[in-house]
Design a protein around this ligand. Structure first.
Ligand SMILES: *Cc1c(COP(=O)(O)O)cnc(C)c1O
Ligand code: SF4
Length: 329
């Protein structure tokens, strides 16, 4: 049982856990008691799995939906037409290094290149982070200040919550001083994959900000949620954040109406509303995760007929050059 008023985690625990994350497929399989299989990660995007994620997998099950999201397999080497390194055309959205603006009134700040987990389907797996390093953050913040059409800044990455508390607090404080901003959005997977990141320091900087805070988490399967994620969400909500979820529709992970429905129910139970269900971005090395659009439409129609409207995520695809995410259903 989680107490009604849970405490945040100790300040340094998450950094130790991040440092000790599993970094190769064979160790991962051994920890799960699964015989070694042929694995072949592309060197640019090695395996990374933190302990809390590992604990939620079923030992001995090579088809576990959480394992599939993180195990590098030789499928990644398959070249398929239509899958490219910059499928989203992000290169053209760069305002200044570290700042992407594709849509009106909001821009995306690449606050940290690091993630606590490496999701094999990631659309940013080929992103040239070297060109958008933390050294550019100051210029990026100045560009935000200079563009008064912006009302919302999205901290993204990588994962912005991999920044240490002092750096993050400095950034949030600077953004709070920009008068035309109303909202601060944080796109992060850490409340799911490393809930220990929810420290008193993090909560204090969120509650102290003048900006309305929206935290968009990323959870694809109900088995990713447990008592620790519940505690993390409770703490974030207590700090005043609105919690939304984005998921990616992934073959062999969540491509069934039962799983998606259970995901919405479990998220709501932890205080999170479903926001987007993304069709896979067609990035090199991810083709084995793709679910075709017709199947996706059928799944979402089933959800519509069984769940209250607010538990049905918007099915969207990102199309390079479009003015927003493109709604499919
Ligand atoms: C997805 C995205 C956003 C956010 O879009 P919303 O529809 O507001 O969630 C903003 N900027 C960029 C560059 C994006 O890719
Ligand atoms: S957490 Fe997000 S950015 Fe990081 S690897 Fe996973 S999908 Fe990509």
């Amino acid at each position: 049982m989680i107490p009604a008023n849970p405490e945040p985690w100790e300040p340094d625990l998450w950094r130790v856990m991040l440092k000790n994350a599993i970094r190769d497929s064979q160790t991962l399989l051994a920890r799960l008691g699964i015989p070694a299989i042929e694995t072949d990660p592309l060197p640019a995007f090695p395996v990374r799995v933190p302990e809390p994620w590992l604990r939620r997998m079923r030992p001995g099950d090579p088809r576990d939906p959480l394992l599939r999201q993180v195990l590098a397999t030789s499928d990644e080497r398959v070249q398929m037409q239509g899958f490219t390194a910059d499928a989203l055309g992000e290169a053209t959205a760069v305002i200044t290094p570290g700042l992407l603006k594709k849509y009106a009134h909001r821009a995306l700040l690449l606050a940290s290149p690091a993630c606590a987990i490496h999701c094999r389907y990631c659309f940013r797996r080929e992103f040239p982070y070297e060109a958008h390093g933390p050294a550019h953050l100051e210029t990026a913040v100045a560009a935000v200040a200079a563009d008064d059409s912006l009302t919302e800044i999205i901290l993204s990455g990588g994962d912005p919550l991999t920044l240490p508390d002092d750096r993050l607090a400095g950034l949030i404080a600077e953004l709070g001083e920009i008068a035309h901003l109303k909202r601060l959005r944080i796109h992060t997977r850490l409340p799911i994959v490393l809930p220990e990141r929810i420290t008193a320091g993090l909560l204090a900087m969120l509650s102290a900000s003048r900006l309305k805070v929206v935290v968009v988490i990323h959870c694809n399967h109900p088995a990713e949620l447990d008592g620790d994620t519940r505690r993390a969400m409770q703490l974030l909500r207590r700090a005043g954040a609105t919690l939304l979820n984005q998921a990616v529709l992934l073959r062999g992970v969540n491509d069934s109406a039962d799983t998606l429905s259970a995901l919405s129910e479990s998220l709501f139970e932890q205080g999170v509303l479903p926001y987007y269900l993304h069709l896979l971005d067609r990035v090199t090395g991810t083709q084995h995760f793709e679910v075709d659009e017709n199947t996706a439409l059928k799944l979402i129609a089933t959800l519509r007929s069984t769940l209250p409207g607010y538990l049905v995520p918007k099915l969207v695809r990102e199309i390079a050059g479009a003015e927003s995410k493109t709604a499919i259903y």
